[in-house]
Design a protein around this ligand. Structure first.
Ligand SMILES: Cc1cc2nc3c(=O)[nH]c(=O)nc-3n(C[C@H](O)[C@H](O)[C@H](O)COP(=O)(O)OP(=O)(O)OC[C@H]3O[C@@H](n4cnc5c(N)ncnc54)[C@H](O)[C@@H]3O)c2cc1C
Length: 369
């Protein structure tokens, strides 16, 4: 059996980014992905501007821009009583951008494959054993061997669960998502709408479709769906994708020759639309660490550096995440905030710009030395 330098479980943005950077560094790289791509995913489909530098380093920024998409020029915050405050977003090449995950994730996984990654789709990892190297077994009865292992298999990670590291999920909220016909005159904006039972995120993803997300507690989610059916004139047989949990504790990102990236390491509040950025960037950081480990540089210092850089990635951002979570957990409070912003919009503008801003972490790290 061939032993790979690195096996990555999950071919979402985190896994594909890590695989592409590992392959670029010349490592024998394997990705095991449960689904057959292209596949959709519960997501608002919005790329934060900070994604662009990573996509440029991956060599796919232009190809992403060439996919069917929308450039989002504003965010409309709507209070429960219907009052709306609009905050304008930066425009240009590094704008907030929406693209269906079926297209985006497929492009990234293909990029990893084109760079030399061995990709197995339709392959679910079910068992792991570590005896120096990792032995990875799949539902189809195949087994693979690798020196280092990366868990990139999302918020309900099998890898973390198999290693007894997955925090107990709190099933406090559930998300529903669908692509529906784009309402006339919707414009190029993201809408974040507080509702009695939770909230809804809406964004056009191309010239004809709207991404519609609903987030609420399990007992109220059917009321949210009925609201969406009335509001957007969609039929009750509309298929919805669903996911839970929306909140859980983080998992330590470095465990000897096992690294965790993307949603496995930390699930952030979807309201802020930053998860894809963290997935891409943590994939890049893990690839840097794995390259050093495989080239027999000091393993402990590579892992320490990965842990430090991962923490740095979130620095200055998590308090906004907590604020957003509080606003959506108590939509009446979020609504009051929107009403206050009608009189004094500066704070909402500041918070939005803090989240939706172009940030090149690689350049920042180089400058920091
Ligand atoms: C309602 C909602 C809206 C959101 N909106 C946005 C947004 O607008 N913008 C944004 O940036 N983020 C958003 N997010 C967050 C974003 O979706 C995630 O942060 C992002 O998908 C994380 O990427 P990942 O690669 O870590 O995991 P994932 O994208 O979940 O990829 C994990 C992959 O692992 C595979 N896998 C799982 N188990 C196994 C297994 N046992 N074996 C093999 N493969 C396996 C899965 O099939 C999947 O392809 C939203 C999240 C939610 C819930």
């Amino acid at each position: 059996m061939e032993t790979f330098d690195v096996a990555i479980v999950g071919g979402g943005p985190a896994g594909s980014s890590c695989a592409a950077f590992c392959a670029l560094a010349g490592l024998r790289t394997l990705v095991l992905e449960r689904e057959n791509f292209p596949r959709e995913k519960v997501c608002g489909d919005c790329l934060n501007p900070s994604c662009w530098p990573v996509l440029e380093r991956l060599g796919v920024a232009q190809r992403v821009r060439d996919l069917p998409h929308s450039k989002l020029d504003s965010v409309g915050f709507i209070a429960i009583d219907g009052h709306e405050v609009v905050v304008h977003l930066p425009i240009g090449d590094h704008c907030e951008f929406s693209v269906k995950r079926s297209l985006f994730d497929d492009l990234l996984l293909k990029r990893a494959s084109d760079l030399g990654t061995y990709v197995c789709e339709g392959t679910t990892v079910t068992a792991l054993a570590n005896s120096g190297n990792w032995k990875i077994e799949t539902a189809g009865g195949e087994s693979f061997s690798a020196q280092t292992l990366v868990g990139a298999d999302g918020r309900n990670s099998t890898v973390a669960r198999l290693r007894n590291l997955l925090p107990r999920p709190t099933r406090e909220r559930v998300a529903l998502q669908a692509h529906i016909p784009l309402p006339r005159n919707f414009g190029s904006r993201v809408v974040l709408q507080f509702l009695q039972e939770g909230y809804s995120g809406q964004a056009p993803v191309n010239e004809t479709q709207l991404n519609l997300c609903l987030v609420g507690a399990p007992p109220t989610i059917s009321r949210l769906r009925q609201w969406a059916e009335r509001h957007f004139e969609i039929t009750p047989d509309q298929p919805w994708r669903t996911i839970t949990p929306l909140t859980r504790s983080p998992v330590p990102c470095a465990n000897e020759n096992l690294l965790f990236i993307g949603d496995v390491a930390r699930v952030v509040e979807p309201f802020t639309g930053e998860g894809i950025y963290y997935a891409l960037r943590s994939g890049e950081l893990a690839a840097n660490a794995i390259t050093k480990i495989v080239r027999r540089k000091d393993r402990q210092s590579a892992l320490r550096e990965f842990t430090r850089a991962s923490a740095q990635m979130y620095r200055g951002r998590l308090w906004i995440n907590r604020l957003a979570r509080a606003a959506v957990l108590w939509p009446h409070v979020g609504s009051l905030f929107v009403r206050a912003a009608q009189i004094q919009p500066a704070i909402l503008r500041l918070l939005t710009r803090k989240i939706v801003s172009y940030r090149n972490d690689e350049a920042r790290m180089t400058n920091d030395g």
